[in-house]
Design a protein around this ligand. Structure first.
Ligand code: 13P
Ligand code: SF4
Length: 317
């Protein structure tokens, strides 16, 4: 009489049976990160989706990420445990709104953050993620105006980093990151001035982090604005006793795994993305057993959206 399989054993068995690779974003629940084949930021997961040998991709993340995987691997089956896992930032702009904005700025290059629907990507010239947004913008001739969408905080970060004043920024925001306030960050830095500070560029406090880095006891090299995997890279060889983390709290799991010496503390412990957390262990099982939900992108949209994503992948970090 055998013992019943545990949840991770069952997931791994079903993944083998389906010839599926399981990808999980850094904001997923720890159990889901631990069962996945690969955990990473949007760009890393897109790259893996583009080159995987598996015939099925199970994307544990939000819908635009699974859609991006489908764009890059159109012949593969792409599954997401629930297609209800949306993104409040991606919802701040649709294709009609982008077409109207483009009509107001003829000749401008359109840079769309990957946190957008495939229909919006189809209207863009090139995509970017938080880890390559500066490199993507720098690949555009300096005198060509840019429409950057949809995240205002990432857009402002790119403006500061590139020194360009011809970037028009869409006023979207992510409700989770906008909720990590400058006041929270300032209070925590004042309470622990020796701490390192890692801030995601989608945060409302990203500009305040720059300000803090220029004053008081917080040297500029101890405050960094990074994508989720950029944070992991920084954490690996960190020697500080504490680090303050300004992003979604799922990130803490990987940070604590790569560095057990530093204490990682969230700037806002309530910064949890309810869309990311819709991916539950039960739904991962349902997905592998029943093949739900399958991600499809209409062919005409997919063709144009793929070009924007492929241009980004070619530019790199
Ligand atoms: P990363 O590209 O840094 O993983 O961010 C994705 C995201 O949705 C941030 O909220
Ligand atoms: Fe979207 Fe914000 Fe959730 Fe990231 S954290 S998936 S930007 S709602």
């Amino acid at each position: 009489q055998g013992t019943a399989a545990t949840w991770p054993e069952e997931v791994r068995r079903l993944a083998r049976e389906r010839d599926a690779v399981i990808l999980a974003h850094n904001y997923q629940d720890p159990a889901i990160q631990d069962v996945a084949d690969h955990v990473g930021d949007s760009l890393e997961l897109s790259r893996i989706a583009a080159i995987t040998d598996a015939s099925t991709i199970v994307f544990c993340g939000v819908h635009f990420m699974a859609e991006t995987a489908k764009l890059l691997s159109p012949d593969k089956t792409v599954l997401i445990p629930t297609d209800q896992a949306g993104c409040s930032l991606a919802d701040t702009i649709d294709a009609d709104q982008l077409r109207s904005w483009k009509a107001e700025h003829p000749g401008a290059a359109v840079v769309a953050y990957v946190n957008t629907s495939a229909a919006v990507k189809a209207e863009a010239d090139v995509c970017c993620t938080s880890s390559n947004a500066v490199a993507v913008v720098e690949s555009i001739p300096p005198d060509q105006p840019i429409l950057f969408l949809p995240d205002q905080f990432l857009g402002n970060h790119v403006r500061r980093q590139t020194g360009r004043d011809n970037i028009h920024v869409w006023m979207g925001e992510c409700h989770v990151h906008a909720g990590i306030s400058a006041a929270d960050l300032r209070a925590q830095v004042e309470a622990d001035p020796a701490a390192e500070v890692l801030v995601h560029p989608e945060c409302g406090c990203a500009s305040s982090a720059i300000w803090l880095a220029g004053v008081g006891d917080l040297p500029a090299d101890r405050t960094r604005i990074l994508s989720t995997s950029g944070m992991l890279g920084a954490a690996r060889d960190m020697t500080a006793k504490t680090a303050l983390i300004a992003t979604e709290i799922g990130m803490l799991h990987q940070l604590r795994k790569v560095n057990q010496h530093t204490t990682f503390r969230p700037v806002n412990p309530k910064a949890s993305c309810r869309f990311m957390k819709m991916i539950t262990p039960e739904l991962v099982l349902r997905c592998l057993r029943e093949g739900h939900d399958e991600v499809q992108v209409p062919l005409d949209v997919a063709e144009r959206a793929r070009q924007s994503v492929e241009r980004m992948v070619a530019i790199g970090r």
